[in-house]
Design a protein around this ligand. Structure first.
Ligand code: IMP
Ligand code: MG
Length: 176
Protein backbone atom coordinates (compact mmCIF):
# COMPACT_ATOMS: atom_id res chain seq x y z
CA UNK A 1 0.00 0.00 0.00
CA UNK A 2 1.38 3.36 -0.99
CA UNK A 3 -0.56 5.58 1.39
CA UNK A 4 0.45 4.51 4.83
CA UNK A 5 0.35 6.19 8.19
CA UNK A 6 2.94 8.80 7.18
CA UNK A 7 0.45 10.46 4.79
CA UNK A 8 -1.91 13.05 6.20
CA UNK A 9 -3.65 14.17 3.00
CA UNK A 10 -3.59 13.63 -0.76
CA UNK A 11 -3.25 17.16 -2.16
CA UNK A 12 -3.23 16.34 -5.89
CA UNK A 13 -4.14 12.87 -7.10
CA UNK A 14 -2.57 10.84 -9.88
CA UNK A 15 -5.39 11.45 -12.40
CA UNK A 16 -5.33 15.23 -11.94
CA UNK A 17 -1.55 15.28 -12.37
CA UNK A 18 -1.81 13.18 -15.52
CA UNK A 19 -4.49 15.43 -17.03
CA UNK A 20 -2.60 18.64 -16.26
CA UNK A 21 0.66 17.28 -17.70
CA UNK A 22 -1.16 16.39 -20.91
CA UNK A 23 -2.25 20.05 -21.21
CA UNK A 24 1.22 21.38 -20.44
CA UNK A 25 2.76 18.99 -22.98
CA UNK A 26 0.40 20.23 -25.68
CA UNK A 27 1.06 23.87 -24.81
CA UNK A 28 4.84 23.40 -24.90
CA UNK A 29 4.65 21.40 -28.13
CA UNK A 30 2.62 24.20 -29.78
CA UNK A 31 5.03 26.88 -28.57
CA UNK A 32 8.09 24.98 -29.86
CA UNK A 33 6.83 23.94 -33.31
CA UNK A 34 9.78 23.86 -35.71
CA UNK A 35 12.33 24.03 -32.86
CA UNK A 36 14.34 21.33 -31.11
CA UNK A 37 14.27 22.28 -27.44
CA UNK A 38 16.73 20.96 -24.87
CA UNK A 39 14.88 19.85 -21.75
CA UNK A 40 17.01 20.05 -18.62
CA UNK A 41 15.65 18.16 -15.61
CA UNK A 42 16.76 19.31 -12.17
CA UNK A 43 17.69 16.20 -10.16
CA UNK A 44 16.51 14.54 -8.19
CA UNK A 45 13.00 15.89 -7.66
CA UNK A 46 12.05 16.53 -11.29
CA UNK A 47 12.70 13.01 -12.53
CA UNK A 48 9.11 11.73 -12.34
CA UNK A 49 7.57 14.89 -13.83
CA UNK A 50 10.21 14.93 -16.57
CA UNK A 51 9.44 11.34 -17.57
CA UNK A 52 5.69 12.00 -17.82
CA UNK A 53 5.97 15.44 -19.45
CA UNK A 54 8.39 14.32 -22.15
CA UNK A 55 5.97 11.63 -23.30
CA UNK A 56 3.40 14.38 -23.98
CA UNK A 57 5.83 16.35 -26.17
CA UNK A 58 5.52 15.91 -29.92
CA UNK A 59 8.39 18.02 -31.26
CA UNK A 60 11.95 16.74 -31.61
CA UNK A 61 13.88 17.40 -28.44
CA UNK A 62 16.98 16.57 -26.43
CA UNK A 63 17.08 15.66 -22.78
CA UNK A 64 19.73 16.27 -20.16
CA UNK A 65 19.97 16.61 -16.38
CA UNK A 66 21.64 18.80 -13.80
CA UNK A 67 21.90 18.50 -10.08
CA UNK A 68 22.33 21.64 -7.99
CA UNK A 69 22.26 22.47 -4.33
CA UNK A 70 21.33 25.83 -2.92
CA UNK A 71 23.39 27.36 -0.17
CA UNK A 72 22.76 30.10 2.33
CA UNK A 73 19.65 29.68 4.45
CA UNK A 74 17.33 29.88 1.45
CA UNK A 75 15.55 32.88 2.94
CA UNK A 76 17.98 35.44 1.54
CA UNK A 77 17.97 36.89 -1.95
CA UNK A 78 21.76 36.47 -1.89
CA UNK A 79 21.25 32.70 -1.94
CA UNK A 80 23.19 30.97 -4.68
CA UNK A 81 23.55 27.49 -6.08
CA UNK A 82 26.43 25.12 -6.58
CA UNK A 83 26.50 22.60 -9.40
CA UNK A 84 26.65 19.03 -8.13
CA UNK A 85 26.23 17.42 -11.56
CA UNK A 86 26.64 19.49 -14.69
CA UNK A 87 25.13 19.09 -18.17
CA UNK A 88 26.70 16.59 -20.51
CA UNK A 89 25.80 18.63 -23.62
CA UNK A 90 26.54 22.20 -24.68
CA UNK A 91 23.55 24.53 -24.31
CA UNK A 92 24.98 27.34 -26.46
CA UNK A 93 22.45 28.43 -29.09
CA UNK A 94 19.80 26.05 -27.72
CA UNK A 95 16.18 26.71 -26.78
CA UNK A 96 16.30 25.41 -23.23
CA UNK A 97 13.36 24.37 -21.04
CA UNK A 98 14.31 23.77 -17.40
CA UNK A 99 12.10 21.19 -15.68
CA UNK A 100 11.60 21.45 -11.90
CA UNK A 101 9.43 19.64 -9.37
CA UNK A 102 8.54 22.67 -7.26
CA UNK A 103 9.35 26.37 -7.03
CA UNK A 104 9.58 27.65 -3.49
CA UNK A 105 11.81 30.70 -2.89
CA UNK A 106 12.56 30.84 -6.63
CA UNK A 107 16.30 30.97 -5.97
CA UNK A 108 17.16 27.69 -7.72
CA UNK A 109 15.37 28.54 -10.97
CA UNK A 110 16.45 32.17 -11.13
CA UNK A 111 20.11 31.22 -10.62
CA UNK A 112 19.85 28.39 -13.13
CA UNK A 113 18.40 30.73 -15.73
CA UNK A 114 21.27 33.20 -15.23
CA UNK A 115 23.77 30.39 -15.50
CA UNK A 116 22.31 29.00 -18.74
CA UNK A 117 22.00 32.44 -20.35
CA UNK A 118 25.63 33.05 -19.31
CA UNK A 119 26.48 29.95 -21.31
CA UNK A 120 24.74 31.53 -24.30
CA UNK A 121 21.58 29.47 -24.45
CA UNK A 122 19.38 31.06 -27.14
CA UNK A 123 16.31 31.08 -24.88
CA UNK A 124 15.54 29.76 -21.41
CA UNK A 125 11.99 28.97 -20.28
CA UNK A 126 11.00 26.99 -17.23
CA UNK A 127 8.35 24.52 -16.22
CA UNK A 128 7.47 23.27 -12.76
CA UNK A 129 4.82 20.81 -11.65
CA UNK A 130 4.20 22.76 -8.43
CA UNK A 131 4.59 26.34 -7.28
CA UNK A 132 4.19 27.92 -3.85
CA UNK A 133 3.70 31.59 -4.80
CA UNK A 134 3.42 32.73 -1.18
CA UNK A 135 7.00 31.56 -0.50
CA UNK A 136 8.67 33.50 -3.30
CA UNK A 137 11.78 35.55 -2.40
CA UNK A 138 13.16 36.03 -5.89
CA UNK A 139 10.85 36.98 -8.71
CA UNK A 140 11.12 34.31 -11.38
CA UNK A 141 8.99 34.04 -14.49
CA UNK A 142 8.02 30.36 -14.82
CA UNK A 143 6.05 30.01 -18.04
CA UNK A 144 4.55 26.54 -17.58
CA UNK A 145 3.18 25.82 -14.10
CA UNK A 146 1.24 22.67 -13.25
CA UNK A 147 -0.41 23.64 -9.97
CA UNK A 148 -0.17 26.51 -7.53
CA UNK A 149 -0.34 25.17 -4.00
CA UNK A 150 -0.49 26.69 -0.50
CA UNK A 151 2.54 26.89 1.79
CA UNK A 152 2.53 23.23 2.84
CA UNK A 153 5.41 20.78 2.74
CA UNK A 154 4.56 18.13 0.13
CA UNK A 155 5.97 14.75 -0.86
CA UNK A 156 5.51 12.17 -3.59
CA UNK A 157 5.62 12.29 -7.38
CA UNK A 158 9.39 12.86 -7.16
CA UNK A 159 9.37 15.11 -4.10
CA UNK A 160 11.14 13.75 -1.06
CA UNK A 161 11.06 13.96 2.68
CA UNK A 162 14.64 13.36 3.73
CA UNK A 163 15.23 11.27 0.64
CA UNK A 164 12.09 9.14 1.06
CA UNK A 165 8.60 9.02 -0.50
CA UNK A 166 9.59 10.05 -4.03
CA UNK A 167 7.81 7.02 -5.45
CA UNK A 168 4.28 7.97 -4.33
CA UNK A 169 1.86 8.39 -7.24
CA UNK A 170 0.06 11.39 -5.71
CA UNK A 171 1.32 14.68 -4.29
CA UNK A 172 0.70 14.34 -0.56
CA UNK A 173 1.05 16.22 2.72
CA UNK A 174 2.89 14.08 5.28
CA UNK A 175 2.09 13.70 8.96
CA UNK A 176 4.46 15.68 11.19
P1 IMP B 1 13.77 27.10 -4.27
O1 IMP B 1 15.15 27.43 -4.73
O2 IMP B 1 13.53 27.63 -2.88
O3 IMP B 1 12.69 27.52 -5.21
O4 IMP B 1 13.83 25.56 -4.05
C1 IMP B 1 13.08 24.65 -4.64
C2 IMP B 1 13.56 23.30 -4.16
O5 IMP B 1 13.28 23.12 -2.76
C3 IMP B 1 12.80 22.22 -4.86
O6 IMP B 1 13.46 21.82 -6.02
C4 IMP B 1 12.76 21.12 -3.81
O7 IMP B 1 13.90 20.31 -3.91
C5 IMP B 1 12.76 21.84 -2.50
N1 IMP B 1 11.39 21.95 -1.94
C6 IMP B 1 10.68 23.09 -1.78
N2 IMP B 1 9.47 22.86 -1.25
C7 IMP B 1 9.40 21.51 -1.08
C8 IMP B 1 8.36 20.63 -0.59
O8 IMP B 1 7.24 21.03 -0.19
N3 IMP B 1 8.65 19.31 -0.59
C9 IMP B 1 9.84 18.81 -1.02
N4 IMP B 1 10.83 19.59 -1.49
C10 IMP B 1 10.62 20.93 -1.52
MG1 MG C 1 13.95 20.40 -7.22
Amino acid sequence: MQHNSSIKEVLIDEQSIKQRIKELGQQISNDYQGKTPLFIGVLKGAWVYMADLLREIDVDCDVDFMSVSSYGNGRQTSGGITIVKDLSVDCEGRDVIVVEDIVDSGITLSRLKELLLGRKAKSVEMTTLLSKPSRRIVDVDVKYIGFEIPDKFVIGYGLDWDGRMRHLRDVCVPNE
